[in-house]
Ligand binder design. Sequence first.
Ligand SMILES: Nc1ncnc2c1ncn2[C@@H]1O[C@H](COP(=O)(O)OP(=O)(O)OP(=O)(O)O)[C@@H](O)[C@H]1O
Ligand SMILES: [Mg+2]
Length: 258
Amino acid sequence: MTEPQDPIHIRVEDVHKSYGENHVLRGVDLLIHRGKTNVVIGGSGAGKTVLLRQLIALERPDRGRILLDGQDVVSLGEVQLNRIRRRFGMVFQASALFDSMTVFENVAFPLREHTRLPGREIRKRVAAKLEVLGLGGTENRMPGEMSGGMRKRAAVARALILEPEILIYDEPTAGLDPIASRNVDRLINDTAEHFRGTSVVISHDMNTTFGVGHYVALLHEGRIRASGRPAEIAASTDPVVRRFLAASGVTPVITHAG
Ligand SMILES: Nc1ncnc2c1ncn2[C@@H]1O[C@H](COP(=O)(O)OP(=O)(O)OP(=O)(O)O)[C@@H](O)[C@H]1O
Ligand SMILES: [Mg+2]
């Protein structure tokens, strides 16, 4: 593991999580760097989504600490946890949007849930966010009438609408073709630049990993097996990392070098 060169936003220490007999997270140690794109990779069923649920305080780990700006969130009460959850924006793995709602209603949803802003202010904020994401004027469209890439943009608009500190994407390219996937990578990079917050990307797409990551960590058998700069992961001699990279068939093309 390398010495961190950027400030730490979230520090995960020895986090364990079991469901019955299934010991999914077995002592995860992970650093999330402020203002950077942090990618967590791992095979299907490795526990990436479970880790993410602990990160955003949707679930409580059985053991370990999660320090957000140095504050341990694991021991907080429900009211404080709700405040913590609002600091995260989520782009979910599957069905990112409510299919029965217009784009406007989808993006406005968190504002309606969490604020008492008047209707005109909500309209203004939604329009501004859609504009930033290249979706200006799509308010009245239904998700089913848009391409996968546009839906992903709308999901990012919704995740950003409460101005979170940390934006999390769970498998953002799952189910998309290679061209749409590279567009999503660009979207993640453009958004990171514009939003200037911290991004966490959960993925098993190696193109995405090396295309967006400033830092990469591999989750394997319930622990972080390797972590560091993309170039360090690409050059790793750890057989587990090598096997993971080889299986993807991707030659790493690194966007954000050291
Ligand atoms: N709420 C739950 N109750 C019981 N078991 C769960 C729960 N959530 C996850 N698991 C189990 O935890 C393990 C890890 O699941 P997880 O969804 O985190 O995998 P993942 O790494 O995100 O995989 P994928 O790449 O397929 O999304 C799996 O064995 C899963 O069955
Ligand atoms: Mg998952």
